[in-house]
Write a protein that binds this ligand. Structure first.
Ligand code: UFG
Length: 501
């Protein structure tokens, strides 16, 4: 059975402790209390208002046995808590065993714990760790004591991640960090105590995003108004900042424009990436997360799309993404110190719930959600739906829309992965669910109580009928999955445009 060091759970989580076993040993290794196969069966777990699990145990142990943990100094307490529902996720964990060594004369005072320092985010909920007074931690999923490997592995991954980050506060360079996905990723990085350096040339973003990120996080970042194609500037930044890892968003991204201006797309997207990788190698910064796209799958042979599907692009923008993926594969093969995560996004929409960050394309939007919000906001008259004769639920195109905040969180998981493991890893970031254009428009109207007039027009050249992800690889290897649904995406997207009217 795997043992990891951990203790204490967030009492705010709706845990129901149904049974507790305790083995109390004093500092001389004398057993204070034992029963029933070396453990004392203790009913436990009837949390009173404002009582932590530990206070509850302390009180109930005293009620049951007369033993006062505050008097019997330095007991080693082994507790098995049987939780009805593990972190409210419906996960079928029956018990979690945790131990602690109590170095002080009293039970640890959890109220005084500096949770900020110890907080980690797991994919299912918050789990708090206290490293200084923990002993060991076992996870059992079944009454017979066997472990659910998946849960154990998730916990181990979470702990590993936490330790990696705790050991060293990483400094992350975010190129294109003021853009739609970049800005949300900066927020998540800062909220998780990373240091953030942004390079952005403001070609498709605004400088006030810097302040908005600071307002949301109450933390600062370092901003360089520079072009990633400028090798000299990159060198200056790398020599000054001591970057640990790079998330590379910067690049042109409009499909239609790329068809009209292929040279501009190849020049900008490829040169910037090559310069960046060259400078990274020179400064021995070898952790890289790349912003790729589901567009590299072209017209998929079947659905849902897995990472090992054939790759084929249908426009210069998509080809730049695929070419960069290939460059990264060659780089990783040539230098095994590199650790690279390629993230293939499906259709990011939504906005930060504060209404401060969101998607704000210049000119007439090409993509569906930015168009919908402008029609809803009466800045544009009517939405054109490109075709209703596809082989889909209602004839309109089906896509895997993902909330940008979920997507941003995926980048943190990718950073943790590249900090932990060497190699090249590719992940789909999507929800795994497809919605049609009409489904999205109707949901938008319903949740926001607003009208979005539309008309059906011809298909848009180059569009495919359906596209949605198989996102299980990201869940299994990164512990990441999308949490927010289509309603939240519609609500937050509209909230952003209303706030920024
Ligand atoms: N659509 C309309 N009307 C519009 C805009 C879009 O009906 O005004 C439809 C499209 O036909 C499609 C769906 O809405 O069925 C989504 O279209 P988007 O333009 O929002 O997104 P795409 O799926 O075409 O492309 C997006 C990104 C690409 C990325 C791709 C990855 O724009 O950069 O997802 O799958 F490569």
């Amino acid at each position: 059975m795997k043992e990891i060091f951990i203790n204490d759970f967030n009492e705010n989580i709706d845990l129901v402790v149904t049974r507790v076993k305790a083995l109390l040993i004093n500092s001389k290794n004398e057993i204070l209390l034992e029963e029933n196969n070396n453990t004392y069966q203790f009913p436990g777990g009837h949390l009173k208002d404002n009582e932590t699990i530990e206070e509850c145990l302390q009180r109930e142990i005293k009620e049951e046995t007369g033993i006062d943990l505050t008097i019997n100094s330095k007991p080693f307490l082994k507790i098995t808590c049987f939780y009805k529902n593990y972190f409210n996720t419906g996960k079928n964990v029956k018990s979690i065993i945790y131990y602690y060594d109590i170095y002080s004369d009293k039970m640890p005072n959890f109220e005084e714990t500096n949770y900020d320092d110890l907080e980690i985010q797991t994919d299912f909920n918050l789990l708090y760790l206290r490293l200084k007074d923990l002993k060991s931690f076992l996870i059992q999923s079944k009454e017979d004591g066997t472990t659910n490997e998946n849960i154990a592995n998730e916990m181990l991954l979470a702990l590993d991640t936490y330790l990696t980050r705790k050991e060293k506060k990483m400094k992350i360079l975010v190129t294109g960090g003021l853009g739609f996905i970049g800005s949300h990723t900066c927020v998540e990085l800062l909220n998780n105590n990373y240091e953030v350096v942004v390079i952005d040339n403001l070609s498709n973003s605004k400088i006030d995003v810097v302040d908005k990120i600071k307002t949301i996080t109450n933390k600062s970042l370092t901003f360089y108004n520079e072009d990633v194609c400028n090798e000299e500037k990159l060198e200056e930044i790398f020599s000054k900042e001591k970057i640990d890892a790079v998330i590379h968003f910067a690049g042109y991204k409009a499909v239609g424009e790329s068809v009209k201006e292929p040279i501009m797309y190849y020049e900008n997207n490829l040169i910037s990436t090559l310069k960046l990788l060259k400078v990274m190698k020179k400064y021995n910064c070898k952790n890289f997360v790349f912003s790729s796209s589901a567009t590299v799958y072209g017209s998929p042979k079947s659905l849902p799309i897995k990472e090992d599907f054939p790759l084929k692009t249908t426009n210069p923008y998509g080809t730049t993404k695929l070419m960069i993926e290939n460059i990264l594969k060659d780089l990783e093969a040539s230098d095994k110190d590199f650790s690279i995560a390629i993230l293939r996004y499906f259709n990011p929409i939504g906005a930060h719930k504060s209404g401060l960050l969101g998607e704000n394309p210049k000119g007439i939007p090409n993509n569906l959600m930015p168009y919908i919000v402008r029609v809803a906001n009466k800045e544009l008259d009517i939405l054109s739906i490109f075709g209703n004769d596809y082989d889909t639920v209602d004839g309109t195109g089906v896509r895997d829309y993902i909330h940008v905040v979920d997507l941003a969180k995926g980048h943190l998981k990718a950073i943790e992965k590249v900090a932990r493991d060497k190699g090249l890893f590719t992940y789909n970031l999507g929800t795994g669910k497809g919605y049609s254009v009409l489904e999205l428009v109707n949901t938008f109207m319903k949740v926001n109580n607003v009208d979005v007039p539309y008309k059906i027009v011809d298909r848009r050249p180059g569009d495919i009928a359906s596209c949605y992800a198989d996102a299980t690889k990201a869940y299994e290897e990164l512990g990441w999955k999308a949490e927010l649904g289509i309603e939240e995406m519609c609500r937050d997207a509209y909230n952003f445009i209303k706030t920024n009217k």
